[in-house]
Design a binder for this molecule. Structure first.
Ligand SMILES: NC(=O)c1ccc[n+]([C@@H]2O[C@H](COP(=O)([O-])OP(=O)(O)OC[C@H]3O[C@@H](n4cnc5c(N)ncnc54)[C@H](O)[C@@H]3O)[C@@H](O)[C@H]2O)c1
Length: 256
C-alpha cells in the first residue's frame, strides 16, 4: 500500500521501543533496514526478531552524539545497504529534572543525543539523498517539543530544537526532492524510556503513565506501533507533498 518495497532505511535507536516498532514496520513494508544503536546486544536481538525472508536487517553499534561513532557505524550501514531512501532519527533520551536542579551532565547528555545526534546522522545520510534527488527524513520530536512542561525543561528544549531543525532542513532541501518531517508522540508506553523513568517520575511527584492516560481524550496511552504507522506514512509517497511538518500522534493529548 505504501510502495516502500525494496527501499533502504536507517533507523537510529531501533534496539528498543518506538524505533524497534518503526524498524519492524519498515521491514513489513518491504524495506531493508539498518539499525544504529548504542545497545549492540539488544540491537542484534531486535534484528533477529524483526527479520523477514528476502529482507536485510543490518546492525551497527554507536552513540549518535559522537561524530566518530556515526561516521563509522552509519557509514558501515550505508556501505552495506546501498543508497538510503529513508532516514528515521529516532534515538533519544529523556532526563527528568527541574531546570534549577538538573545537573549540567544531564543537560549536556540530552542535547548531545537528542540534537547533536540528529545533526551528525543527517549530515552523513542526507547528502546522498540530495545527490539522487529523492529521500525522506522523519525525526522523532515530542508533544513536549511544542509545549514547555515542568520538570522536563531540557527534554522540551531539545525537542523544540528537533521541530525547528525539521522545518529549517525541509526549507533548505525541498528543491532537491528530499522531504523532512517529524512525528510528535504523546504518552507512549512499552518503551525502555518510559519504563525506566517511571520511578523517577513518582519520586518527583509527577503522575504515572496510568494516571496520565485517563486524561487523554482517547483514554489510552499510545503504543510504539501507533508511532510507526505515522512514520511509514510520512516516509512514503503517500506524503509526497508534505514537508517541514511535525505531526502529533498523541490520542488528542496535544493539538497545536
Ligand atoms: N516514549 C514516549 O512517551 C515518547 C514520547 C515522545 C517522544 N518520544 C521520542 O521517541 C524516541 C524513542 O523513544 P522511546 O520511548 O522508544 O525510548 P527507548 O528508550 O525505548 O528507546 C530509545 C533507543 O535509543 C537508543 N539510544 C539511546 N541513546 C543513544 C545514543 N546515544 N546513540 C544511539 N542510540 C541511543 C536506546 O538504546 C534505545 O534503543 C525518542 O527520540 C523519544 O524522545 C518518546
Amino acid at each position: 500500500m505504501y510502495g516502500l518495497e525494496g527501499r533502504k532505511a536507517i533507523v537510529t535507536g531501533a534496539a528498543h521501543g518506538i524505533g524497534k516498532a518503526i524498524a519492524a514496520r519498515l521491514v513489513t513494508e518491504g524495506c531493508d533496514v539498518g539499525i544504529f544503536d548504542v545497545d549492540l546486544a539488544a540491537a542484534r536481538k531486535t534484528a533477529d526478531a524483526i527479520g523477514a525472508p528476502g529482507r536485510k536487517v543490518a546492525v551497527a553499534a554507536g552513540d549518535v552524539s559522537s561524530k566518530a561513532d556515526v561516521e563509522a557505524g552509519i557509514g558501515a550501514l550505508m556501505a552495506e545497504l546501498g543508497p538510503i531512501d529513508i532516514l528515521v532519527n529516532n534515538a533519544g533520551i529523556c532526563r527528568i529534572g527541574k531546570m534549577m536542579e538538573m545537573s549540567e551532565a544531564d543537560w549536556k547528555a540530552t542535547f548531545g543525543i537528542n540534537v547533536d545526534g540528529l545533526y551528525h546522522v543527517s549530515r552523513l545520510v542526507v547528502p546522498q539523498m540530495i545527490e539522487r534527488g529523492s529521500g525522506s527524513v522523519v525525526n522523532l520530536a515530542s508533544w513536549m517539543g511544542k509545549s514547555g512542561v515542568a520538570a522536563y525543561g531540557a527534554y522540551c528544549a531539545s525537542k523544540f530544537a528537533v521541530v525547528a531543525l525539521t522545518q529549517a532542513l525541509a526549507a533548505e532541501i525541498g528543491e532537491h526532492g528530499v522531504r523532512v518531517n517529524a512525528v510528535a508522540p504523546g504518552l507512549i508506553v512499552d518503551t525502555k524510556m518510559r519504563d525506566e523513568s517511571e520511578l523517577d517520575r513518582v519520586a518527583q511527584g509527577l503522575p504515572t503513565a496510568q494516571d496520565r492516560a485517563k486524561t487523554i481524550p482517547m483514554r489510552r496511552a499510545g503504543l510504539p506501533e501507533d508511532i510507526a504507522k505515522a512514520v511509514v506514512f510520512l516516509a512514503s509517497s503517500q506524503a509526497d507533498y508534505i514537508t517541514g511538518e511535525t505531526v502529533n500522534v498523541t490520542g488528542g493529548l496535544w493539538n497545536d
